[in-house]
Design a protein around this ligand. Structure first.
Ligand SMILES: [Zn+2]
Length: 157
């Protein structure tokens, strides 16, 4: 069994374990660096009342805490299912070098986890989105960006 299959099966095992132990939905993820699991997580949405506690986000937070950094350089994220748009965003911010997933998003949709509406929302004009988005006070908010640009000590990311 190759490494990818081994780690992906661990993500699937976490998905089942998390579901059966009442932690949340049937999703699991692990983050691997140098052949070692450095972060993992099942979905914990319902047990922690955290709508962002998808397995990938839980695993990314765990891995970053373990590494003491906010970047997952040279890491691979294994997910039991294709990441949703939120997790995809988190993955791009965390910057692992690779993602390997098992079930496809259509498979999750069949189980009642359909995230395709989010992809549809992203490309819609703001005024046509299900959740209205209103823009205001840009000039006031931009002053913080100007302060950031000239700030002496900062950690860019
Ligand atoms: Zn997700």
């Amino acid at each position: 069994m190759n490494q990818d299959e081994r780690f992906l099966r661990e993500a699937i095992r976490l998905a089942r374990e998390g579901m059966n132990s009442g932690q949340g939905g049937p999703f699991g993820a692990v983050v691997v660096k140098d052949g070692e699991i450095i972060g993992s997580g099942p979905n914990r949405v319902t047990s922690t009342n955290d709508p962002t506690a998808h397995a990938e986000v839980v695993a990314i937070r765990d891995a970053c805490e373990h590494l003491g950094t906010f970047q997952l350089e040279a890491c691979t994220l294994y997910a039991s299912c294709e990441p949703c748009p939120m997790c995809l965003g988190a993955i791009y911010w965390a910057r692992p070098s690779r993602v390997v997933y098992a079930a496809r998003h259509a498979d999750a949709a069949e189980a009642g986890f359909d995230d395709s509406f989010i992809y549809e929302e992203i490309v819609k004009p703001h005024e046509h989105r299900r959740i209205p988005m209103q823009q205001m006070l840009a000039d006031e908010a931009k002053t913080v960006f100007k302060e950031w640009i000239v700030k002496g000590s900062k950690i860019p990311y």
